[in-house]
Write a protein that binds this ligand. Sequence first.
Ligand code: HEM
Length: 178
Amino acid sequence: MKGLVFCEFLEMVEKEFGYETVDHIIENTNLPSNGVYTSVGTYSHEEMFALVGQLSAKTNIPVSKLFYAYGEYVFGVFGNAYKELILGYENAFDFLCRVEDTIHVQVLKLYPEAELPRIEVKNRSDEFLELVYTSKRKMSDFAEGLIQGCMKYFNENASISKEFLSEDQSQVLFTIKK
Ligand code: HEM
């Protein structure tokens, strides 16, 4: 997982909980990187799970909620940092339908080592969109937060529901209803 994802995570923790919490979770987690991330470096996604687990222990907020909140937050960051990838889309559904074949393809050009999920479009109408998330990293809570962040970015309201298609949670169906 790219360092920028870690840097933005620690930035969010600092904004929400303060620098002491950042320090606490880094000091109390066994991290091969020692908690030193550069945005272009690559680190195991397990470090992210370890950091989020430690933050959960410290704040009593469930891991799933923290991943969701981080997804929502980071879409806003991407919205600024990768404006050119989002400009040109008129609405959230148009954008979400192009994550797999356009957005993440561009991401891979920028960061060839990026490990990305599959985001397949199953069904789409003006009112609802069904997306299937597949990834062995099992970060569907993060995906849900990114979807929510995307709806917000485009100033649209929708409810997002989630159904696990595999027991290990590596495949998840999202239904997004306006
Ligand atoms: C401008 C928009 C977006 C950009 C620039 C972007 C970029 C990225 C980057 C850099 C990573 C980390 C890869 C790595 O570190 O190895 C990532 C991972 C991920 N992206 Fe996107 N992304 C965008 C939109 C989305 C959206 C809308 C979704 C959800 C539908 C999504 C779902 C995910 C998930 C769930 C991961 C975590 C890895 C995994 O689950 O396997 N992304 N993305």
